[in-house]
Design a binder for this molecule. Sequence first.
Ligand SMILES: NC(=O)c1ccc[n+]([C@@H]2O[C@H](COP(=O)([O-])OP(=O)(O)OC[C@H]3O[C@@H](n4cnc5c(N)ncnc54)[C@H](OP(=O)(O)O)[C@@H]3O)[C@@H](O)[C@H]2O)c1
Ligand SMILES: [Zn+2]
Length: 356
Amino acid sequence: MSSNPDEMTGTMKAIGFHEHGDIDQIELLDVPIPSIGDNDVLVNVKASSLNHQDLFAVRELDHYITEYPFWGGGDIAGVVEVVGDDVSDWSAGDRVVVNSRISCRECDLCLNGEQSMCRNLKVIGEHRRGGFAEYVDVPERNLHPLPDHVSFETAAAVPIAAGCAWRALMNRGDIRPPHDLLVVGATGGVGTYAIQIAKNVIGVETLYAITGSESKTERLQEMGVDHVINYNEEEFDRKIWELTDKTGVDAVFNTVGGDTWVKSMRCLRNGGKFITSGATAGPNPETEIRLIFMRQLEVFGSTSHSHSDFVDMLDHVWNGRIEPVIQETIRLSDYEVAFEKMANRGLYGKLILTQS
Ligand SMILES: NC(=O)c1ccc[n+]([C@@H]2O[C@H](COP(=O)([O-])OP(=O)(O)OC[C@H]3O[C@@H](n4cnc5c(N)ncnc54)[C@H](OP(=O)(O)O)[C@@H]3O)[C@@H](O)[C@H]2O)c1
Ligand SMILES: [Zn+2]
């Protein structure tokens, strides 16, 4: 193991693309090992995880990405290989998990503790190359220690999805008992964390979720969701109305958008909260403005996490109150299978990628 930046030269394997398009653009690449700056750390990636974001990166993030070939992967757990000259808090061999959000720490919003709203935010795996590779360069302040009892695979399942769900429910939505909650997008990476945060951390009064398949319905029930509605069998907004005696739920957390947008609003009680963090099924749905003002709904956008959201969330994972739901661990070299599963909705929870 090296601790001198100059010693790390040569090439590494990465999973990336030269041009945008669909997932068939992604290929196995042989690329130079990244060089690091004085305040950076080179991490030997032991595990990464797939996020829907990684599909968007190849399909449509051409306005973010400036370096090609590009490889994504914002969720990273690994071991410090080399540290930059000015890094004093980390040494070769440390086990780490990465916060992919690089905030400037200087703008008014950062100084206010709102790092997720940073005016100069850069994101590993979106604006700069990520962890779908053997090594990744990370600013030292974006590393967090990984406790010995947590595996690299478990840790890699956490940062982006759990950080998003945590901020949306705990911070932006401020959901608390006796609120009840409907989760739309419940079976995905973000959704399976939202279910656990709602159930195990907040203790919502009644938890509702929707999905399109029978097997996913059973798994949501096993996780403690009180009412699971299969949207392929019934209109979920009508069902919620019936289940709530025509009053509606206190809050909806929706990461899907598309044709779930207006239906989700219809599920809300007067004065209810609509929290949105994603648009998997489309960012430009028709809307119903009258629902927003007649029911006096509150609409909250929420993205990623602040530093304190992240630290609080990690604590709950390390102490076991939130348990990452990992469907499968696949070798990075089997990336085609991994990306296809995510694109075809074949996942429940997270898919992990490892080097071997
Ligand atoms: N703002 C943020 O900080 C942030 C962070 C992470 C993710 N996100 C966003 O949140 C969304 C979910 O991310 P994720 O990584 O959790 O994704 P994921 O694991 O692929 O989960 C997406 C879930 O949405 C449901 N879904 C409904 N309509 C869909 C459609 N047309 N296509 C695909 N899935 C559909 C699926 O569940 P069923 O099959 O049960 O319906 C699926 O399990 C994405 O839009 C992502 O970009 C935002
Ligand atoms: Zn900033």
